[in-house]
Design a protein around this ligand. Sequence first.
Ligand code: NAP
Length: 284
Amino acid sequence: MGGVSRGMISGKTELLALIGRPVGHSLSPAMHNAAFVADGLDFVYVCLDVDPAELPAAVRGMEALGFRGFNVTMPHKRAMILLVDELDEGARISGAVNTVVIEDTGLRGYNTDGDGMVMACQEAGIELSGRSVLLLGAGGTAAAIAVAFGNAGIGELHIANRSVERTAQLRDRLHETDLEGLVVHHLDSVEEAVPDAEIVINATPLGMKEGDPMPVPAGYVRKNRVFCDAVYRPGTQTPLIRLARERGVPVVSGDRMLLYQGVLAQKLWTGREPNVRAMDRAIS
Ligand code: NAP
């Protein structure tokens, strides 16, 4: 680590990767490599397109080749749970791993997505303590956000999802946390069921594609609340963030979450405070 010409690959360069399918569109290589170049760290981060059937072989391969670690994205986040030796709280409760550190003693699985969203809110000056939060979605990202927001001391958490089964599963998983005031709803009922939410977080994929419906009715997007979106679309805004900005509603967009989940992952691999400014510039 350290001591190389900026951006050069040496005989000792440490290897990091993003595994997923597809991965070619990812901003993560630009984001991580920018910090390594800026600080002269002898690391390189690449994208590896991995067939789900080959996931165990790919992980064993990275271990055998001496990779320092890797990020995990769709569709491997859940399957990764079974391939690591240890899990942090966010990964265990959410059932999804987004970051792995390869140690001599085995593989450590983390989920930095939830804390990434917390840090993005902190960056925006949003107080979380005691606040009433409405979380849209009950998948791996929603679960990781629920754990992290619980740890950040929110007041009550309303989870609204499309399918009842997944909501019930998440509620059961969250029972082992200290989260108080947990209430679940159907996604279609938020306007009537949760009139007082102060912070609303979209953790469904709605907004990823042009023409997607909004995750909440447009009338719900009002100035007395903050809107956070896990979804990000390089070069454009999600309809939710666009509408909120038009109405002067405070927002935290998905690219800020992307930045901070990456900052947390990089710190786990290098043991150093990442160069946040270089990472931010690379994705802006
Ligand atoms: P997931 O595990 O597949 O969960 C998706 C959730 O969204 C489920 O609760 C699902 O409901 C709901 N959903 C899916 N399609 C829907 C639709 N058409 N209408 C209403 N609800 C729908 O996915 P995930 O891993 O949690 O990821 C969610 C989103 O977060 C993705 O867009 C991902 O790109 C984004 N993300 C962003 C970052 C970042 O750094 N910014 C990090 C992680 C994830 P059902 O239970 O009814 O299927």
